[in-house]
Design a protein around this ligand. Structure first.
Ligand SMILES: [Fe+2]
Length: 447
């Protein structure tokens, strides 16, 4: 089966289908028939709506969900700024064209999900809904069970690299294991438990627009990430109005907290098109050349975004059969910034130095790709059909934005490889010889 062989078995059931209008109720008869705001909702519930797009957004981009809950989410004490916040909203980012690579980031054993997020690179800002922020998370602690977190700053794409995330969202549960990605839309509240200990991974906070599936063009109606394979939580609720709960929010880069005396997991039913979801990268239907040369790497796109701010592509295990072709990525410069991470295994353009839990950034128009050893090996390889990426999963985030780096990425983490550029590409020496060419553009070549 084209699915990942997870060591942790699934424990929840899901709705399926990317972008569709779904409904789920934990108690029969919760959802009103044909309407959304009846005068008296079932079971004495309150009706609440969460809107993830403007009311007048195009139908294909219009996202909202109706919630039927025990107490409205507005019933909480005022928010207060968290003094120990690790977020750095006013930090000045450093913009550099130098190619960057990082060793695997350390796990912060003492931190929970909320406090483990470290900004690595970004552009734009949440307050004007511009740009994107890339973070590394590396938590060793489950969140307090009576606490939730949400981001007002953007939709969060989570690319888990190590450990397991048991995510309880307002709309239901998601179990996320390495090789699975998930998206938690802006504003959706959730708690993250770590049933198998420390976790590490990459996240993308999309300040503008939302994540979408790429258009398929001549590919047709099947392939890449199929809509059917996206999994959405089913409604599940707590009836707890006796205990205190903490509501954390990342709001314009700053962490705030409020208290309330009722469970935020009190949604008994919901219907709409604004919800979290997960996807197993092992299900990706990969395309490639079966004659010669490479298609553009956009052929690996898993998720795009509605305003083309960032795209996620995954280098899944695949056969290479191209004849008379340099099979690893060719040398290139790109109008897009390229941020790469490795979930497991290796990557075929690097012989060493790029490890699971580490990362690279090749910013806009910064030249890169194969290191000298990979280049030598590929130019001397016998071109038989070859399976690459077996047991590995690398990904790339492409963005048209020039990305600035945080102090944590540059120094505090202590993981930046200071000699990445020199060790990777300076060993490349000229191979050129004009011997035997005779002339150039009709003129004899002077020796
Ligand atoms: Fe590249």
């Amino acid at each position: 089966m084209p699915t990942t062989k997870f060591t942790t078995p699934e424990k929840y059931t899901y709705l399926t289908g990317f972008g569709g209008y779904h409904e789920s109720e934990a108690l029969p008869g919760t959802l009103p028939e044909a309407q959304s705001t009846p005068q008296k909702p079932s079971y004495g519930l309150y009706t609440e709506r969460i809107s993830g797009s403007s009311f007048v957004a195009a139908r294909s981009e219009n996202r909202h969900t109706w919630l039927y809950r025990i107490v409205p989410s507005a019933a909480h004490a005022p928010f207060e700024c968290e003094p120990n916040s690790l977020q750095l909203p006013d930090e000045k980012l450093l913009f550099t064209p130098t190619q960057m690579r990082w060793d695997p980031f350390d796990v912060n054993e003492k931190a929970d999900w909320v406090h483990s997020m470290q900004l690595i690179a970004g552009a734009g800002e949440p307050s004007t809904r511009s740009g994107v922020a890339y973070h590394i998370f590396s938590a060793g602690q489950s969140m307090e069970p009576r606490s939730v977190y949400y981001s007002a700053d953007g939709d969060l794409l989570v690319i888990l690299q190590q450990g397991v995330l048991d995510i309880r969202t307002e709309l239901g549960y998601l179990l996320v294991r390495p090789n699975e990605i998930c998206v938690i839309p802006r504003g959706i509240r959730y708690n993250v438990a770590l049933p198998e200990g420390p976790v590490r991974g990459y996240s993308v906070e999309l300040h503008q627009g939302s994540f979408t599936l790429p258009e398929l063009g001549p590919i047709g109606s099947n392939g890449l990430a199929n809509a059917r394979d996206f999994q959405i939580p089913k409604s599940s609720f707590d009836e707890d109005t006796d205990n205190e709960y903490q509501i954390y929010v990342k709001f314009n880069g700053q962490l705030f907290k409020a208290l309330q005396d009722h469970s935020p997991f009190d949604i008994v039913g919901w219907h709409g098109a604004y919800y979290p979801y997960k996807y197993d990268l092992g299900r990706f239907l990969t395309f490639g050349s079966v004659s010669y040369d490479h298609p553009d790497p956009s052929i690996f796109t898993v998720l795009s975004s509605s305003e083309k701010i960032v795209e996620l592509a995954a280098f899944t295990p695949r056969w290479l059969t191209m004849e008379d072709t340099f099979r690893p990525p060719y040398y290139h410069r790109n109008t897009m910034s390229e941020y790469m991470g490795l979930i497991t295994g290796g990557y075929d353009a690097r012989t060493k130095g790029f490890l699971p839990g580490g990362a690279t950034l090749h910013n806009v128009m910064s030249a890169h790709d194969p290191d000298s050893e990979s280049h030598h090996a590929a130019t001397h390889a016998e071109l038989t059909p070859q399976k690459v990426g077996e047991g590995s999963m690398a990904f790339i985030l492409e963005s048209p934005l020039i990305l600035g780096l945080s102090q944590w990425a540059l120094e505090t983490s202590g993981k930046r490889q200071l000699h990445y550029n020199a060790s990777t590409w300076l060993p490349l020496k000229p191979r050129f010889s004009s011997k035997g060419a005779g002339e150039m553009n009709g003129h004899p070549i002077e020796k």
